[in-house]
Design a protein around this ligand. Structure first.
Ligand code: 3H9
Length: 689
């Protein structure tokens, strides 16, 4: 039973009981309809509906969305609740989301616990509320509030819900509050259906559309929600509900909703395999080596989740700089009200910066975030080995370097693991856990446990230059630089990728991170680069000219006031000049040709990564590209997107590109295999199993 019913005197108690989040699947919908009939048959005075455990209900069971809807549908169950002569009261603890919130809207009254949240996150799954949310909510909270809640998808607090008129009270015990409502008062409450619709205010609707265009460009659901809310305003509830249902079902079957569901479940699936959970060692005290931008942000991320942190630097100047860097993040977090003074004080009390490795004798995890150089890192590992307890885990935050080689710096390489954070480390959700040749199961399990505590998305990757994310990025940049010399400008390339859905194109992004970092990487790779591979010298020219990106006032663009971005004709000229020197006749690529080349380059590289067992699954690559590299979430990640194009199509296009350059466009064996046996990348198992 996923809906429990019990009667005490004249009051019926209906409890949604579908662990872990009380998702509303078929059996819950059927149970709710049964409960309506039961309450009427019993001639109850009221029904109090709640959720078992910590949550009211997380919404419709999104796992059912891949199949056709099965009766009874949620709108039918909720209409029955609203139309019943027995008044229903929602008692909300924890989250009431999506269909869960819609149950509450169909009730006559709603009470919330102070810490509870109510909201309509459907747009995050590419759909709109489909069981009355778009129609009942505006009647209760007004047009502007309803548009905001539904298009943003953000849940609101009980206090805010009270302010908007959505609920009738806040109580530590919302069931008791529901019980205490006087019978007469209950009888006089007007339900959503009877409340008049708010008047249509064109300016409010337009403001909502503008907001969606700027914050969720390309996404269908929020705009559709606005249309549906708007068209419901002048109609009877039943007609508005029909419009809503049609739009909901159409979106639910669409590509964007499929992509968003995929990434939603991939994110939740990114956790330690059960076999590893017991082996995890969760540290209390963590050492961080290096107090630069990355090290200090890692230190802050740890402090934010309750760890004691000792940050190690080479000299007192380094210690001072590290302290200042951490303090700056604390100050910024205070300013944005992410934390309060008390929590800032607690963080400061758990933080030390020092040159003395003696202070980490009790730490059971160290994260090295020193300069990206093998010798420097090996030296640090050696120092850590002497200072830490023998069972402590030693992690490196390297973005590219060979963890296997690094591990040889210590006597016991099984304790070495890569923890590749993404900048800014206290904000970005992705954590690549690099499994070296010798890395122990305990080290991997502990890395997973750390990710969980830090509320990060862990993806286990194997050792290669750049692991998963930076390796795909390197190929993306190489393909973009090739376009640059063969015919395009940075701004044409950037614009093409923004149109695809990236928040920024590769050149704007590189201006932010700095051209010197990629330059240092290219120098590191000089010795091992395939001499048959085309080398594009434009980025090197940029560095020679001191165009290092935004920090130097100019990079691929110019930043005359340090912030605003201006196209730089000198950069376009460098491309033309280099093409001339290399005897290339430039081609005028269209935006779609640019996009196709860049996406195919990344897909082919990602397929190789999967084929080599560097990534464990296509959906892991999706997580890396979405949460670390700005691939549009509503496209489901790089591999999910590739599967929408289809391996056959991809191989066909790559074959044509390979006629231009057989080395750069060498087709991945995995893609060939997908074509041969007619399978998707999502179902492809890598050789490493
Ligand atoms: C909707 O309601 C449409 C209606 O308007 C119309 C219908 C006609 N479905 O996140 P967690 C699973 S659309 C199925 O780690 P937390 C999740 O996969 C829906 N499963 O927990 C995981 O499973 P596993 C609108 C779901 O405590 C487990 O529950 N609602 C759903 O960190 C724990 O999840 C939403 O979009 C679901 N709806 O966070 C809410 N939700 O253990 C989506 C969760 O096997 N959910 N699961 O990996 C959330 O935002 C968070 O899960 C929540 C809890 C905040 C509730």
């Amino acid at each position: 039973m996923t809906v429990n019913m019990r009667r005490e005197d004249n009051v019926g108690y209906v409890e949604i009981d579908n662990a872990p989040v009380n998702a509303i699947g078929l059996s819950v919908r059927a149970g709710l309809l049964d409960a309506v009939r039961w309450a009427e048959e019993q001639n109850l005075e009221r029904v109090i509906v709640s959720g078992k455990g910590a949550m009211f209900a997380a919404g419709a069971d999104a796992r059912e969305f891949d199949a056709d809807p099965v009766e009874p549908h949620l709108p039918d169950a909720l209409n029955a609740i609203e139309d019943s002569f027995v008044p229903w009261i929602a008692a909300i603890e924890g989250f009431a989301l999506g269909g869960g919130a819609e149950i509450a809207l169909a009730c006559t009254m709603r009470f919330m616990a102070p810490s509870a949240r109510i909201g309509f996150p459907e747009v995050n799954l590419g759909v709109i509320p489909g069981a009355g949310g778009t129609q009942r909510l505006p009647h209760m909270v007004g047009l502007a509030n309803a548009l905001d809640m539904i298009t943003s998808g953000k849940p609101i607090t009980a206090a805010r819900a009270m302010e908007t008129g959505l609920i009738h009270g806040i109580d530590d015990d919302p069931m008791d509050a529901a019980f205490m409502v006087n019978g007469e008062a209950l009888g006089s409450v007007v339900s959503a259906k009877e409340l008049p619709a708010p008047p249509l205010d064109e300016s409010i609707v337009q403001a909502a559309r503008d907001q969606v265009h700027s914050k969720a460009a390309n996404q269908k659901a929020p705009l559709r929600a606005i249309d549906v809310i708007e068209s419901g305003l002048g109609k009877a509830l039943i007609d508005g509900l029909a419009i809503e249902r049609e739009a909901f079902l159409e979106l639910r079957n669409g590509e964007q909703a499929k992509a968003l569901r995929h990434i939603f479940f991939a994110e939740r699936g990114a956790k330690a395999p059960l076999s590893l959970v017991a082996q995890a060692v969760i540290p209390e005290h963590v050492a961080v080596v290096g107090g630069g931008t990355m090290g200090s942000a890692i230190a802050y991320a740890l402090l934010n989740c309750g760890f004691k942190v000792t940050l190690l630097e080479n000299d007192t100047a380094g210690v001072d700089r590290a302290k200042q860097n951490v303090e700056n993040i604390i100050a910024a977090s205070l300013k944005r009200a992410f934390i309060n003074e008390q929590s800032a004080g607690e963080k400061r009390a758990r933080f030390t910066a020092t040159t003395d490795y003696g202070e980490i004798a009790n730490a059971t995890l160290a994260i090295e975030a020193a300069f990206e150089n093998m010798e420097v890192k090996r030296f640090v590992f050696h120092a850590l080995e002497s200072a830490l307890p023998a069972h402590a885990i030693i992690a490196s935050n390297t973005s590219y370097l060979d963890i296997n080689q690094l591990a040889l710096a210590v006597k016991d390489p099984t304790r070495v693991v890569g923890l590749h954070f993404f900048a800014p480390a206290h904000i970005m959700k992705l954590l690549e856990i690099v499994r070296g040749e010798h890395t122990s199961a305990t080290a991997i399990a502990s890395a997973y446990a750390l990710a969980k505590k830090l509320r990060k998305i862990p993806v286990v990757v194997g050792v290669c230059d750049g692991f998963v994310g930076n390796r795909i990025l390197a190929r993306y940049r190489e393909a973009a630089d090739t376009l640059l010399i063969d015919g395009s400008t940075p701004w044409e390339i950037d614009e093409a990728m923004v149109e695809f859905g990236y928040a920024m194109g590769p050149y704007t992004a590189q201006d932010l991170s700095g051209l010197d970092i990629a330059h240092a990487n290219r120098r590191r790779q000089d010795a091992t680069r395939d001499p048959a591979r085309r080398y594009i010298p434009i980025a090197d020219r940029m560095v020679e000219l001191g165009k290092l990106g935004r920090k130097s006032g100019a990079g691929w663009y110019r930043y005359p006031d340090g912030v605003s971005r201006v196209d730089d004709p000198i950069v376009a000229d460098i491309g033309i000049e280099e093409a001339h020197l290399a005897g290339i006749s430039r081609v005028d690529y269209s935006a779609s040709e640019i996009r196709e080349r860049l996406l195919l380059a990344m897909i082919n590289e990602a397929a190789n990564i999967l084929h080599e067992g560097i990534a464990q699954s296509a959906s892991d690559i999706d997580l890396v590209t979405v949460f670390g590299y700005g691939f549009p979430r509503w496209r489901g990640g790089l591999m999910h997107y590739a599967d929408t194009i289809g391996a056959l199509n991809i191989v066909d296009k790559l074959s044509k590109l390979a006629e231009e350059d057989a080395v750069a466009w060498k087709i991945s064996p995995l893609l060939q295999e997908c074509v041969e046996v007619n399978k998707t990348l999502a179902s492809a198992l890598n050789d490493a199993g």
